[in-house]
Ligand binder design. Structure first.
Ligand code: ZN
Ligand code: ZN
Length: 459
């Protein structure tokens, strides 16, 4: 047998008290959280994942305070918590605003009991996902390793807890070593019961002085044997937030589930509907069909609905400037669906896709549009701004420059492609088109235009 790292890890766990699988689950959790806090706090995909799961489960969250100071759990958790509260606020405001328009909040919540939860918690705790995967490896390895030296060590140990034994049975009942594990479990159970019985018998005052230390601590051993280590097998009050939220949620990566198979709409009909919509929201990973863009611009000039456009992955800055100049509110998005989505209000949603047989685009109606509306709502992580001001100072080393904008406010900026761009001269009057992002106080400059240098007008 190949005695790799996991063999010795499991063997070591056997030498400690209690269930070795529980112990490894605790260890894996700790390792995961350690890594999360030490290295991944500023990692955008990690933060997106945590926002999707609405943070860690209660068990994992409460392990953070015991991490070593070098992991800075205080700073790390503050950053994650701020992301989550931002998500909660965005959704709560949208839900309350929406329901004030037509009907009371009460009826809104009555209709969908887990309204908030299903919008907020879309995935499982990432630490649990990680640890759960390793837990099944450990169980499988236990079944593989239970021979020779390992078997001896196992006999001498307290063995695995019963909840883990039940999982083992679920996953490995056809493993050739399962009958042996069952036999061992039975032996452990019977001998533990024997010790407990002795302890109970000796409660009689005549025998109390005869209670051995093994008998005195047997009830705690039995507690772990029956229930596992604290926190690993949750309570049964029925709070499982994930299960509750899953009943209704729909995430952007499962968008195909939200498409109706027929029910197509023409672009002309869409524009017709747009004329009466108060709020139009677009999610784009590619430019809009040119006609639709023109129609939207016309609409904005005449009817003045709010048009919000959330974009992701655009390298064509001119196009973004065009959207902004047209009067759309422009947002920086992350984790958007691959195809363009249009919402009219929050209950009508369409997907734009290529027609199968021609180069034309077709519109497909989304069912459960409102669910998707909410699950996309928090995926805006910045807003486009156009500012003008004069350059106060530059920091060549950090590739930053500081702008004095209207009202004397100071704003630090960095070019999106800072390595290839020259810093502007101090004193120059400039106009910048930039992303104001959620995770930084520094503006990300997409385009800088020099209006005039100090004492002279730009050509
Ligand atoms: Zn266990
Ligand atoms: Zn967890």
């Amino acid at each position: 047998m190949n005695k790799g790292h996991s063999y010795f890890e499991l063997l070591d766990a056997l030498k400690e008290s209690g269930c070795p699988i529980c112990r490894l689950v605790q260890k894996d959790s700790r390792r995961y959280l350690d890594h999360l806090m030490y290295e991944s706090v500023l990692d955008v995909p990690t933060r997106m994942q945590l926002m999707g799961s609405f943070g860690l489960c209660s068990w994992h969250a409460w392990q953070l305070p015991s991490l070593p100071p070098v992991c800075s759990p205080d700073t790390g958790f503050s950053i994650f918590a701020s992301d989550l509260l931002r998500k909660f606020s965005l959704l709560a405001v949208a839900i309350t605003e929406g329901s004030h328009q037509k009907r009371g909040l009460k009826s809104f919540f009555r209709k969908k009991a887990s309204q908030f939860l299903s919008k907020i918690k879309e995935q499982a705790c990432p630490a649990c996902l990680h640890v759960g995967q390793f837990e099944s490896y450990h169980l499988k390895e236990l079944a593989d390793f239970i021979e020779e030296d390992f078997l001896q060590a196992y006999r001498a140990s307290q063995g695995i807890c019963l909840p883990h034994f039940f999982l083992l049975q679920e996953n490995c009942s056809s493993h050739p070593n399962f009958p042996l594990l069952l036999e061992l479990q039975l032996v452990k159970s019977q001998s533990l019961r024997g010790v407990l019985e002795e302890f109970i018998r000796k409660q009689d005052y005549r025998f109390q002085h005869k209670i051995t230390s093994e008998e005195a601590k047997a009830w705690r051993v039995a507690m772990e044997f029956l229930a596992g280590k604290p926190g690993i097998f949750t309570n049964e009050i029925g709070h499982d937030l994930l299960q509750r939220s899953r009943a209704e949620g729909i995430s952007p990566d499962k968008i195909s589930l939200a498409l109706t198979s027929f029910d197509r709409l023409t672009f002309r009909e869409l524009i017709g509907e747009m004329k009466t919509a108060k709020e139009i929201t677009l999610y784009l990973k590619e430019p809009l069909p040119a006609d639709l863009f023109e129609d939207l611009k016309r609409l904005l000039r005449r009817e003045q609905p709010t048009i919000e456009v959330v974009v992701e992955g655009f390298s064509n800055i001119g196009y973004l400037q065009g959207l902004h100049a047209a009067g759309f509110s422009l947002f920086y998005g992350l984790g958007l669906p691959a195809k363009t989505i249009v919402f009219l209000g929050r209950k009508r949603g369409f997907l734009i896709e290529d027609a199968e047989l021609s180069s034309a685009r077709v519109l497909r109606l989304l069912k459960r549009a409102e669910d998707l509306y909410f699950s996309l709502l928090w995926r805006r992580f910045g807003v486009a701004v156009l500012l003008s001001g004069s350059i106060k100072e530059t920091d060549k080393e950090k590739k930053l420059f500081c702008l004095i904008v209207e009202g004397g406010r100071l704003q630090w900026c960095r070019f999106k492609d800072a390595d290839t761009k020259e810093l502007p001269e101090v004193g120059a009057q400039v106009e910048v088109f930039a992303w104001e992002k959620w995770n930084s106080h520094i503006l990300e400059i997409l385009e800088l235009r020099v209006l005039e240098l100090e004492g002279q007008t730009a050509p």
